[in-house]
Design a binder for this molecule. Structure first.
Ligand SMILES: Nc1ncnc2c1ncn2[C@@H]1O[C@H](COP(=O)(O)OP(=O)(O)OP(=O)(O)O)[C@@H](O)[C@H]1O
Length: 636
């Protein structure tokens, strides 16, 4: 067991189902490769808001003034106080962001937010008006001049200390876009792990945890970290960005994200590296209201396991013996498992103001929708008469179910902008914070026997494997189905081929028969070609020419669709038939031509004979004439 915990720690997790065995360096390397791939192909007091029309006004104070407008010290100004100040509930801190240069110019130095750090109250007053005001009271109010460390000490530190004692804790920043939520939680992360003045709640919490763990002589700590975002209602693991659209499951210890990566961290530096790594995959965008606006809700989860240290082998042996005797688990064998959720909510935004269009508008609408749902859950939790809380209406509320009045100590930081232009948005945030203060919580220390921690983690791993197996089985089934379909279509194709073959052999038979008939008819024709030997050559030639013409005519007729075409079941067959047919014709035509030529040669000989005869005859006549003349001369 100890060996297992020494090497790679199996962390208990109600949120995370996966035991991470991934060293940070390996993860960083994998992430870089993945990104390259992506580039190639990203208390005690509570108040309800009191809206009151004061009949008079007596001056204006600066924004961070400790002095209130006199009217508010009026006894008639009513502030609700929770009936039971010691009861556990969501703690709310208000933080006002310093004005930007543009805002400073616009406001003309006229304040509209008044804070009373003594009473922890805030008043919003309409610009130029001293009549309408709204007053809220929170657990703490932090002016624009408040340092990061002050905010951490007030809003976060108590929760972090509780987490170290085995409680679940949530620190959440809420407010309109550009109000300073990200600044409050995680601004200015340095890789070397040093906490500077500007570092936000997340690095400071991690630093506190490791500082305490290092100095604790009696307990050993195992810390692991997860980082997720909810973007357009899809959960993505920011440390494994390829894992998107992750599912939320419900186990014995509440809801958790199935398959989430939990990385063991051993120092603040490790945490910083993971935060920087996760931030690279976070969705930010430029809007008119914030140049670096978060388009998703992000949650950092730090799981702290704490168990008694066993220094020596003797101590371990003694422990084993005591366990054997008592047959139950001892206090010293128990593990405290505290989980810290650090939630940077995306800011609500009015599309008109932010000028978001297209995808940016869809993101804003998705964020607004989930924030509305969060508001509804808070309202339902704040009202004891309402029994149904619509946690399931959004992924955000489903995940934060325990933080909103369940087994968790929750601290909410309400961020508002300091200018009157955003009065409505600020009012809405303050109302939200005010309602949240009425949400009671019931945090308990999460103690688990060591073996249970492992068993549960193993069970969760098994669940995950089961799920993967089921998916595999489903995919195998679908492959089987595809195979069956392919086999069916193959059989059908084979049947068609068989039919075609039969048809082809039928055609071949008919075609051969046709050829035989043709052959016969050609033979007959040739046999009918009779030339009388007594005919003159001219007559023979005429006869043969006549035959030739007939043949040509017959050929033209044959070109028209005939029985061959009817029999044909395809172009190829038709083509083949034509070729054979033509070859036959050509053969017979050649034969006829040869006959004709022979006759012509014979006719040529005849002509030569005739002319030779004529020449011979002429010569004979000449001879006769000479003979006659010679004999006359001889006998005269
Ligand atoms: N207390 C502060 N001191 C100095 N600068 C601040 C403070 N709060 C916010 N800022 C600055 O104001 C700007 C907007 O803040 P931030 O990004 O934290 O707003 P946000 O509420 O997270 O907005 P979004 O919801 O759009 O992400 C940033 O430039 C940030 O540095």
């Amino acid at each position: 067991m100890a060996a297992a915990l020494n090497g790679v720690v199996a962390t208990a997790s109600s949120m995370a189902a996966n035991i991470s065995l991934v060293p940070i360096d390996k993860l960083l390397l994998e992430q870089t490769l993945w990104q390259q791939q992506q580039q190639q192909s990203g208390g005690g007091v509570s108040s309800g808001p009191k809206r009151r029309k004061g009949p008079k006004e007596r001056g204006v104070q600066s924004m961070d003034s400790k002095v209130f407008p006199p009217m508010l010290s009026d006894k008639r100004s009513r502030i609700q106080v929770l009936p039971d100040e010691t009861s556990e509930r969501v703690r709310v801190t208000l933080r006002v962001r310093p004005p930007t240069r543009a805002e400073q110019k616009e406001e003309d130095g006229a304040p509209f937010i008044f804070l009373d750090k003594e009473k922890n109250t805030v008043i919003l007053r309409r610009k130029g008006s001293f009549v309408d005001f709204t007053e809220f009271q929170f657990d703490a109010v932090m002016p624009a001049t408040a340092l990061q460390v002050d905010v951490y000490n007030t809003a976060a530190r108590p929760v972090v200390l509780d987490v170290l004692n085995g409680y679940n804790g949530t620190i959440m920043a809420y407010g309109q876009t550009g109000a300073g939520k990200t600044y409050t939680l995680s601004d200015k992360l340095s890789t070397w792990g040093e906490i500077t003045a500007v570092e936000g709640i997340i690095p400071r919490s991690a630093a506190e945890i490791f500082e305490r763990a290092d100095s604790d002589q009696d307990y050993e700590y195992h810390v692991s970290m997860s980082y997720i975002q909810i973007y357009m209602e899809q959960i993505q693991d920011l440390l494994r960005p390829e894992s998107c659209n992750m599912q939320i499951r419900e186990g014995d210890n509440g809801v958790y994200v199935s398959g989430i990566e939990e990385i063991q961290v051993k120092s603040v530096e490790d945490c910083m590296k993971l935060l920087i790594l996760g931030d690279r995959n976070r969705c930010f965008a430029f809007t008119k209201l914030n140049a670096h606006s978060s388009r998703s809700h992000v949650i950092v989860i730090l799981t702290v396991e704490k168990k008694a240290k066993y220094q020596t082998l003797e101590q371990k042996a003694e422990l084993a013996e005591r366990r054997r005797l008592s047959s139950c688990f001892l206090e010293s064998e128990r593990v405290l498992v505290g989980k810290l959720f650090l939630v940077d909510l995306a800011g609500s935004e009015r599309l008109k103001r932010s000028g978001s269009e297209g995808l940016r508008a869809s993101e804003a609408m998705s964020v607004n929708l989930s924030l509305t749902c969060l508001g509804k859950c808070i309202s339902a939790r704040a009202d004891p008469n309402i029994t149904h809380v619509p946690f399931r209406d959004s992924k955000l509320t489903r995940l934060l179910q325990e933080s909103l009045g369940g087994n968790a100590k929750t601290s909410l930081v309400i961020n508002i902008a300091p200018c009157s232009e955003y009065l409505q948005e600020s009012l809405s945030s303050l109302h939200f914070g005010s309602r949240a203060m009425k949400v009671a919580t019931r945090a308990i220390i999460n103690v688990e026997e060591e073996f249970r921690v492992l068993t549960r983690n193993l069970q969760e791993t098994l669940d995950l494997q089961d799920e993967k197996l089921q998916n595999l089985e489903a995919s195998v089934l679908s492959k089987d189905e595809q195979l069956l379909q392919a086999q069916k279509s193959l059989a059908e194709k084979a049947r068609q081929v068989e039919l075609l073959r039969e048809e082809q052999s039928r055609f071949n038979e008919k075609f051969m028969e046709q050829l035989r008939v043709k052959d016969e008819s050609w033979k007959n024709r040739l046999e009918n070609v009779k030339i009388s030997t007594t005919d003159t050559h001219e007559k023979k030639i005429q006869y043969l020419q006549g035959e030739l013409r007939k043949l040509k005519e017959a050929e033209i007729e044959d070109n028209e669709p005939g029985p061959l075409h009817v029999l044909s079941c395809g172009l190829a067959k038709d083509f083949a038939a034509r070729i054979i047919q033509r070859a036959y014709r050509r053969r017979y035509l050649d034969k006829l031509h040869r006959e004709k030529r022979k006759l012509e040669v014979v006719a040529g000989y005849q002509l030569m004979v005739n002319s030779a005869a004529r020449v011979f005859k002429g010569m004979k006549a000449l001879d006769d004439i000479f003979t006659k003349r010679h004999s006359l001369r001889v006998y005269q």
